[in-house]
Ligand binder design. Structure first.
Ligand code: SF4
Length: 315
Protein backbone atom coordinates (compact mmCIF):
# COMPACT_ATOMS: atom_id res chain seq x y z
CA UNK A 1 0.00 0.00 0.00
CA UNK A 2 1.20 3.48 -0.82
CA UNK A 3 2.57 5.50 2.10
CA UNK A 4 1.04 8.64 0.62
CA UNK A 5 -1.93 10.00 2.56
CA UNK A 6 -2.22 13.08 0.36
CA UNK A 7 -1.23 13.44 -3.29
CA UNK A 8 -1.34 16.89 -4.85
CA UNK A 9 -1.13 16.75 -8.63
CA UNK A 10 -0.57 19.83 -10.79
CA UNK A 11 -2.92 21.77 -8.49
CA UNK A 12 -3.95 25.26 -9.61
CA UNK A 13 -6.01 27.90 -7.87
CA UNK A 14 -6.52 31.03 -9.94
CA UNK A 15 -8.70 34.03 -9.05
CA UNK A 16 -10.27 36.32 -11.65
CA UNK A 17 -9.75 39.80 -10.21
CA UNK A 18 -11.50 41.90 -12.86
CA UNK A 19 -10.54 43.56 -16.16
CA UNK A 20 -9.58 40.14 -17.51
CA UNK A 21 -6.73 39.80 -14.99
CA UNK A 22 -6.06 36.37 -13.47
CA UNK A 23 -4.21 36.02 -10.19
CA UNK A 24 -2.39 32.68 -10.24
CA UNK A 25 -2.14 32.12 -6.48
CA UNK A 26 -1.26 28.43 -6.89
CA UNK A 27 -0.02 27.45 -10.29
CA UNK A 28 0.68 23.79 -10.99
CA UNK A 29 1.97 22.32 -7.74
CA UNK A 30 2.77 18.61 -7.35
CA UNK A 31 3.86 16.74 -4.20
CA UNK A 32 2.82 14.01 -1.78
CA UNK A 33 2.53 13.86 2.00
CA UNK A 34 3.18 10.50 3.64
CA UNK A 35 1.25 9.14 6.59
CA UNK A 36 2.63 10.30 9.92
CA UNK A 37 5.03 12.88 8.50
CA UNK A 38 5.13 16.64 8.79
CA UNK A 39 5.64 18.53 5.58
CA UNK A 40 6.81 22.08 6.30
CA UNK A 41 5.82 24.65 3.69
CA UNK A 42 7.58 28.01 3.54
CA UNK A 43 7.71 31.12 1.41
CA UNK A 44 7.17 34.88 1.65
CA UNK A 45 3.72 36.38 2.23
CA UNK A 46 1.76 36.22 -1.01
CA UNK A 47 3.58 33.14 -2.38
CA UNK A 48 0.37 31.08 -2.31
CA UNK A 49 1.09 28.75 0.60
CA UNK A 50 -2.11 29.59 2.53
CA UNK A 51 -4.19 29.39 -0.65
CA UNK A 52 -2.64 25.98 -1.31
CA UNK A 53 -3.64 24.79 2.20
CA UNK A 54 -7.16 26.17 1.82
CA UNK A 55 -7.59 24.55 -1.58
CA UNK A 56 -6.36 21.21 -0.21
CA UNK A 57 -8.99 21.32 2.55
CA UNK A 58 -11.70 22.44 0.08
CA UNK A 59 -12.22 25.90 1.56
CA UNK A 60 -11.56 26.86 -2.08
CA UNK A 61 -12.55 24.93 -5.17
CA UNK A 62 -9.59 24.03 -7.38
CA UNK A 63 -9.11 25.65 -10.78
CA UNK A 64 -7.31 22.61 -12.18
CA UNK A 65 -5.34 19.55 -11.05
CA UNK A 66 -6.33 17.41 -8.12
CA UNK A 67 -5.88 16.63 -4.44
CA UNK A 68 -6.14 12.92 -3.66
CA UNK A 69 -6.84 12.08 -0.03
CA UNK A 70 -6.45 8.35 0.66
CA UNK A 71 -6.55 7.90 -3.11
CA UNK A 72 -9.85 9.78 -3.66
CA UNK A 73 -10.26 13.10 -5.40
CA UNK A 74 -11.13 15.47 -2.52
CA UNK A 75 -12.93 18.02 -4.70
CA UNK A 76 -15.26 15.39 -6.16
CA UNK A 77 -16.40 13.82 -2.87
CA UNK A 78 -20.10 14.13 -2.12
CA UNK A 79 -22.55 13.17 0.63
CA UNK A 80 -21.17 10.91 3.37
CA UNK A 81 -17.71 10.76 1.79
CA UNK A 82 -17.47 14.57 1.80
CA UNK A 83 -18.61 14.69 5.45
CA UNK A 84 -15.95 12.14 6.37
CA UNK A 85 -13.31 14.17 4.49
CA UNK A 86 -14.29 17.26 6.50
CA UNK A 87 -13.71 15.30 9.71
CA UNK A 88 -10.51 13.60 8.56
CA UNK A 89 -8.90 16.86 7.43
CA UNK A 90 -8.84 19.78 9.86
CA UNK A 91 -7.19 23.18 9.87
CA UNK A 92 -5.52 25.24 12.59
CA UNK A 93 -5.39 28.95 11.80
CA UNK A 94 -2.75 31.62 12.32
CA UNK A 95 -4.83 33.98 14.39
CA UNK A 96 -6.60 32.08 17.14
CA UNK A 97 -8.34 35.30 18.22
CA UNK A 98 -10.04 35.68 14.85
CA UNK A 99 -10.84 32.00 14.37
CA UNK A 100 -12.68 31.51 17.68
CA UNK A 101 -16.21 32.92 18.00
CA UNK A 102 -15.97 35.47 20.85
CA UNK A 103 -19.61 34.90 21.89
CA UNK A 104 -19.26 31.15 22.37
CA UNK A 105 -17.85 29.40 25.42
CA UNK A 106 -14.81 27.19 24.99
CA UNK A 107 -17.12 24.23 25.61
CA UNK A 108 -19.34 25.12 22.66
CA UNK A 109 -16.42 26.03 20.39
CA UNK A 110 -14.70 22.68 20.90
CA UNK A 111 -17.95 20.68 20.84
CA UNK A 112 -19.20 22.16 17.54
CA UNK A 113 -17.77 19.30 15.50
CA UNK A 114 -18.99 16.72 18.01
CA UNK A 115 -22.60 17.78 17.86
CA UNK A 116 -23.41 15.77 14.74
CA UNK A 117 -22.71 12.64 16.79
CA UNK A 118 -25.74 13.41 19.01
CA UNK A 119 -23.82 12.87 22.27
CA UNK A 120 -25.67 13.28 25.56
CA UNK A 121 -24.96 16.53 27.42
CA UNK A 122 -22.79 14.72 29.95
CA UNK A 123 -20.78 12.79 27.36
CA UNK A 124 -20.26 16.00 25.34
CA UNK A 125 -18.94 17.85 28.41
CA UNK A 126 -16.68 14.94 29.35
CA UNK A 127 -15.20 14.79 25.85
CA UNK A 128 -14.49 18.54 25.83
CA UNK A 129 -12.81 18.36 29.23
CA UNK A 130 -10.70 15.43 28.03
CA UNK A 131 -9.64 17.45 24.97
CA UNK A 132 -8.79 20.50 27.09
CA UNK A 133 -6.51 18.40 29.26
CA UNK A 134 -4.97 16.79 26.19
CA UNK A 135 -3.83 20.22 24.92
CA UNK A 136 -2.51 21.33 28.30
CA UNK A 137 -5.48 23.38 29.50
CA UNK A 138 -7.75 22.56 32.40
CA UNK A 139 -11.34 21.39 32.51
CA UNK A 140 -12.21 24.56 34.48
CA UNK A 141 -11.53 26.51 31.27
CA UNK A 142 -14.58 25.01 29.52
CA UNK A 143 -17.09 27.66 30.58
CA UNK A 144 -14.92 30.68 29.80
CA UNK A 145 -14.86 32.82 26.66
CA UNK A 146 -11.91 33.20 24.22
CA UNK A 147 -11.01 36.76 25.36
CA UNK A 148 -10.16 35.39 28.81
CA UNK A 149 -7.15 33.51 27.41
CA UNK A 150 -3.63 34.41 26.23
CA UNK A 151 -2.63 33.94 22.55
CA UNK A 152 -0.89 30.63 23.29
CA UNK A 153 -3.90 29.32 25.22
CA UNK A 154 -6.25 30.36 22.41
CA UNK A 155 -4.12 28.41 19.96
CA UNK A 156 -4.44 25.38 22.26
CA UNK A 157 -8.23 25.82 22.13
CA UNK A 158 -8.00 25.89 18.31
CA UNK A 159 -5.98 22.66 18.41
CA UNK A 160 -8.53 21.01 20.75
CA UNK A 161 -11.33 22.04 18.38
CA UNK A 162 -9.47 20.46 15.45
CA UNK A 163 -8.82 17.25 17.41
CA UNK A 164 -12.44 16.88 18.54
CA UNK A 165 -13.44 15.06 15.35
CA UNK A 166 -10.38 12.78 15.41
CA UNK A 167 -8.76 13.90 12.17
CA UNK A 168 -5.93 12.09 10.38
CA UNK A 169 -4.47 15.12 8.62
CA UNK A 170 -4.09 18.65 9.99
CA UNK A 171 -3.17 21.71 7.97
CA UNK A 172 -1.59 24.18 10.38
CA UNK A 173 -1.56 27.58 8.67
CA UNK A 174 1.15 29.65 10.40
CA UNK A 175 0.00 28.35 13.80
CA UNK A 176 2.86 29.99 15.72
CA UNK A 177 3.55 33.17 13.73
CA UNK A 178 1.26 35.34 15.91
CA UNK A 179 2.65 34.00 19.21
CA UNK A 180 5.51 35.24 21.40
CA UNK A 181 8.77 33.44 20.69
CA UNK A 182 8.71 31.92 24.19
CA UNK A 183 5.30 30.36 23.50
CA UNK A 184 6.08 29.15 19.96
CA UNK A 185 8.21 26.21 21.12
CA UNK A 186 5.47 25.08 23.54
CA UNK A 187 2.88 24.93 20.76
CA UNK A 188 5.30 23.11 18.44
CA UNK A 189 6.09 20.60 21.21
CA UNK A 190 2.36 20.06 21.79
CA UNK A 191 1.79 19.40 18.07
CA UNK A 192 4.72 16.95 18.04
CA UNK A 193 3.41 15.08 21.11
CA UNK A 194 -0.06 14.82 19.59
CA UNK A 195 1.45 13.51 16.38
CA UNK A 196 3.34 10.79 18.26
CA UNK A 197 0.29 9.74 20.25
CA UNK A 198 -2.23 9.81 17.45
CA UNK A 199 -0.23 9.15 14.29
CA UNK A 200 -1.28 12.49 12.83
CA UNK A 201 -0.01 13.84 9.53
CA UNK A 202 0.69 17.58 9.26
CA UNK A 203 1.14 20.23 6.63
CA UNK A 204 2.86 22.97 8.65
CA UNK A 205 2.83 26.34 6.90
CA UNK A 206 5.26 29.09 7.97
CA UNK A 207 6.87 32.13 6.37
CA UNK A 208 10.28 31.40 7.77
CA UNK A 209 12.54 28.36 7.37
CA UNK A 210 13.74 28.58 10.97
CA UNK A 211 10.17 27.94 12.21
CA UNK A 212 9.75 24.65 10.36
CA UNK A 213 13.22 23.18 10.86
CA UNK A 214 12.53 21.17 14.01
CA UNK A 215 9.04 19.94 13.31
CA UNK A 216 9.33 18.95 9.63
CA UNK A 217 10.24 15.61 8.13
CA UNK A 218 10.46 17.28 4.72
CA UNK A 219 10.23 20.90 3.64
CA UNK A 220 8.76 22.50 0.52
CA UNK A 221 9.63 26.04 -0.58
CA UNK A 222 7.12 28.08 -2.58
CA UNK A 223 7.65 31.19 -4.65
CA UNK A 224 4.93 33.04 -6.54
CA UNK A 225 2.46 30.17 -6.74
CA UNK A 226 5.06 27.51 -7.64
CA UNK A 227 6.86 24.91 -5.58
CA UNK A 228 10.55 25.57 -6.26
CA UNK A 229 12.24 22.98 -4.02
CA UNK A 230 11.35 20.07 -1.74
CA UNK A 231 13.65 17.77 0.20
CA UNK A 232 14.00 16.16 3.58
CA UNK A 233 14.60 18.71 6.28
CA UNK A 234 18.28 17.97 6.91
CA UNK A 235 19.18 17.88 3.23
CA UNK A 236 17.36 21.13 2.49
CA UNK A 237 19.32 22.92 5.21
CA UNK A 238 22.67 21.33 4.33
CA UNK A 239 22.46 21.26 0.53
CA UNK A 240 19.87 23.72 -0.73
CA UNK A 241 19.80 23.68 -4.54
CA UNK A 242 17.42 26.44 -5.57
CA UNK A 243 18.84 29.99 -5.46
CA UNK A 244 15.69 31.16 -3.61
CA UNK A 245 16.11 28.52 -0.87
CA UNK A 246 19.79 29.46 -0.62
CA UNK A 247 18.82 33.12 -0.10
CA UNK A 248 16.18 32.25 2.53
CA UNK A 249 18.66 30.10 4.44
CA UNK A 250 21.40 32.72 4.28
CA UNK A 251 19.18 35.11 6.22
CA UNK A 252 18.82 32.79 9.23
CA UNK A 253 21.34 33.73 11.96
CA UNK A 254 23.67 30.86 12.95
CA UNK A 255 24.20 30.59 16.71
CA UNK A 256 27.80 29.32 16.27
CA UNK A 257 30.06 32.39 15.65
CA UNK A 258 32.80 30.21 14.10
CA UNK A 259 30.54 29.33 11.16
CA UNK A 260 30.38 32.05 8.54
CA UNK A 261 27.65 32.05 5.93
CA UNK A 262 27.44 34.68 3.25
CA UNK A 263 24.16 36.58 3.33
CA UNK A 264 22.43 36.63 -0.06
CA UNK A 265 20.32 39.76 -0.38
CA UNK A 266 17.57 39.42 -2.95
CA UNK A 267 17.04 42.47 -5.12
CA UNK A 268 13.58 43.85 -5.83
CA UNK A 269 10.17 42.93 -4.47
CA UNK A 270 8.08 39.84 -4.92
CA UNK A 271 6.27 40.37 -8.27
CA UNK A 272 2.48 40.18 -8.33
CA UNK A 273 1.06 36.70 -9.01
CA UNK A 274 -1.28 38.55 -11.41
CA UNK A 275 1.74 39.50 -13.51
CA UNK A 276 4.32 36.77 -12.99
CA UNK A 277 7.57 36.88 -15.01
CA UNK A 278 7.84 34.61 -18.05
CA UNK A 279 9.94 31.43 -17.84
CA UNK A 280 11.19 30.97 -14.28
CA UNK A 281 9.06 33.08 -11.93
CA UNK A 282 12.12 33.78 -9.74
CA UNK A 283 14.29 35.12 -12.57
CA UNK A 284 13.74 38.84 -11.81
CA UNK A 285 15.41 38.38 -8.40
CA UNK A 286 17.71 35.44 -9.05
CA UNK A 287 21.46 36.12 -8.71
CA UNK A 288 22.17 33.19 -11.06
CA UNK A 289 19.61 33.93 -13.81
CA UNK A 290 20.67 32.99 -17.36
CA UNK A 291 19.22 33.79 -20.78
CA UNK A 292 17.24 30.56 -20.91
CA UNK A 293 15.47 31.41 -17.61
CA UNK A 294 13.28 34.05 -19.30
CA UNK A 295 12.25 31.77 -22.14
CA UNK A 296 11.58 28.42 -20.50
CA UNK A 297 9.68 27.34 -17.41
CA UNK A 298 12.03 25.04 -15.44
CA UNK A 299 10.63 21.55 -14.90
CA UNK A 300 9.88 20.15 -11.43
CA UNK A 301 12.34 17.29 -11.30
CA UNK A 302 14.16 15.00 -8.89
CA UNK A 303 17.74 16.30 -8.95
CA UNK A 304 18.90 13.83 -6.25
CA UNK A 305 16.97 11.00 -4.54
CA UNK A 306 13.87 12.58 -2.94
CA UNK A 307 15.24 16.06 -3.59
CA UNK A 308 13.03 17.97 -6.02
CA UNK A 309 13.80 21.32 -7.60
CA UNK A 310 12.57 23.55 -10.40
CA UNK A 311 15.65 25.34 -11.75
CA UNK A 312 17.55 25.26 -15.07
CA UNK A 313 20.86 24.96 -13.23
CA UNK A 314 20.03 21.30 -12.57
CA UNK A 315 18.42 20.32 -15.89
FE1 SF4 B 1 17.51 31.30 -11.20
FE2 SF4 B 1 17.21 30.43 -13.70
FE3 SF4 B 1 17.18 28.70 -11.66
FE4 SF4 B 1 15.17 30.38 -12.03
S1 SF4 B 1 15.78 28.75 -13.40
S2 SF4 B 1 16.17 29.90 -10.12
S3 SF4 B 1 16.23 32.20 -12.75
S4 SF4 B 1 18.91 29.96 -12.33
Amino acid sequence: MSQALVEVKNLKKHFEIGNGVTLKAVDGVTFTINRGETLGLVGESGCGKSTLGRTMIRLYENTDGEVLFKGKNAHRLKGKEAEQFHRDVQMIFQDPQASLNPRMTVMDIIAEGLDIHGLSRGARADRVKELLELVGLSKEHANRFPHEFSGGQRQRIGIARALAVEPEFIIADEPISALDVSIQAQVVNLLEDLQQDRGLTYLFIAHDLSMVKHISTRIGVMYLGKMVEMANSFELYEKPLHPYTQALLSSIPIPDPTIKRERIILQGDLPSPANAPSGCVFRTRCPKAMEQCAAQVPEWQEAAPNHWVACHLYQ
